[in-house]
Design a protein around this ligand. Structure first.
Ligand SMILES: Cc1cc2nc3c(=O)[nH]c(=O)nc-3n(C[C@H](O)[C@H](O)[C@H](O)COP(=O)(O)O)c2cc1C
Length: 197
């Protein structure tokens, strides 16, 4: 297990989605340790509704051909230079994890399973951040492309919830503004009193 460097609060408030990775590969063992721990996300009925498709090291380099096919529109018509420019977004991360969730036929269970998998993804992002590895949860349209799904071995009744990119970075992105708490919280039973004052 890795030494923990950040408190939970520090990890949550300092984590940023990294969109500019520096191209350094991320070792498979780092990804495995993150996923091992991330699995402790809450899951109703212990349904463990998730599985992962991981591409790291040389496998990630090979996988970039698949990303080119599905993630770069009309890549066959582009010049070498233009294609390389487009491929930067896929070459810069060091590894990728596709989080695949079972789609329960029951609506409540399906929503709960999505919620549980979201908690798992946040766990993974925080654990990676603690190791100095950046992540970005991405949902490009091609994750729902039947041919891309087939390429990853995703079956009927499963959904790719996230293309979770992992990678090292040179600069920490600036924090993005969140809605102030006072705009989104109601303290039950206290609002009427304040309005009367
Ligand atoms: C469900 C979900 C889907 C996302 N999809 C994308 C995406 O497709 N592309 C992208 O650049 N960022 C994506 N993001 C990342 C958000 O843009 C990012 O979390 C947001 O800008 C806040 O930045 P922060 O995470 O650094 O605080 C996604 C985040 C979530 C939760």
């Amino acid at each position: 297990m890795n030494e923990q460097a950040l408190s939970v609060r520090e990890a949550i408030t300092s984590r940023r989605s990294v969109k500019n990775f520096n191209g350094q590969p991320v070792d498979l063992e780092n990804i495995v340790s993150v996923l091992e721990d991330a699995r402790w996300a809450p899951t109703h009925g212990l349904r463990n509704p998730w599985r992962f498709v991981v591409a790291a090291n040389q496998e990630y380099v090979k996988f970039q051909d698949v990303l080119k096919e599905y993630g770069v529109p009309k890549w066959k018509e582009l010049s070498e230079e233009e294609l390389e420019k487009q491929m930067k977004k896929f070459r810069a991360p060091g590894a990728v994890v596709f989080v695949v969730v079972k789609e329960d036929v029951r609506q409540k269970e399906r929503l709960e399973d999505y919620a549980a998998a979201s908690a798992l993804i946040q766990n993974a992002m925080l654990l990676a951040w603690d190791q100095g590895i950046g992540t970005c949860w991405k949902t490009p349209p091609f994750i729902d492309n039947p041919k891309f799904r087939e390429e990853l071995g995703v079956k009927t009744g499963e959904r790719i919830m996230s293309m979770l990119q992992f990678g090292y970075y040179d600069d920490i992105p600036k924090g993005r503004v969140r809605t102030p708490l006072e705009d989104i919280v109601t303290f039950y039973g206290m609002d009427d009193e304040q309005e009367e004052e």
